[in-house]
Design a protein around this ligand. Structure first.
Ligand code: 4NP
Length: 153
């Protein structure tokens, strides 16, 4: 069992998109029972709120439902429970380390680390560009799943 927690600032756009894209990928691969996948926020800003409608719409366009997901904040206990804590952008990593008290076991990574084009997943909350976010998230999740399948992470 590999436990993955995706993390962004608000947990209403990028990290829930990554959570449900990854859940869809492992389901299609027939390996859903080998993973526990969730998402969380570094801020308290949106706690309890559902996925932001344009993000929900982008998932729905690809046949993916995120029904029932509400934002929750990352807590220090998540560090021992999850095997991988995957941030969307560098500023997330700093907040993740602050909340969890560092990263002594090297569990924290950025979604696009290790892809052909490592960069921050731009926040569609500010850019309005949910297509770009979708593109980055799909590439990042595919790369992560490939690495996990080959046990290189
Ligand atoms: P996310 O986007 O981090 O991708 O979920 C944001 C959502 C809400 C806010 C910022 C970013 N906010 O400031 O409320």
């Amino acid at each position: 069992m590999t436990r993955i927690l995706f993390i962004c600032l608000g947990n209403i756009c990028r990290s829930p998109m990554a959570e449900f894209v990854m859940k869809d990928m492992v389901k299609r691969a027939g390996t859903a029972d080998q993973f526990e996948i969730a998402s969380a926020a570094t801020s308290r800003e949106e706690v309890g709120n559902p996925v932001y409608p344009p993000a929900r719409q982008k998932l729905a366009e690809h046949g993916i439902s995120c029904k029932g997901k509400t934002a929750r904040q990352l807590c220090a206990e998540d560090y021992s429970y999850y095997d991988l804590l995957i941030g969307m952008e560098k500023v997330n990593l700093r907040s993740m380390q602050r909340i969890c008290g560092g990263d002594p076991e090297g569990k924290m990574h950025l979604l696009l680390d290790g892809t052909a084009s490592p960069h921050d997943v731009a926040d569609p909350w500010y850019t309005g560009d949910f297509d770009a976010a979708w593109h980055d998230i799909e590439i990042g999740c595919r790369s992560l799943l490939e690495k996990l399948t080959k046990k290189r992470i």
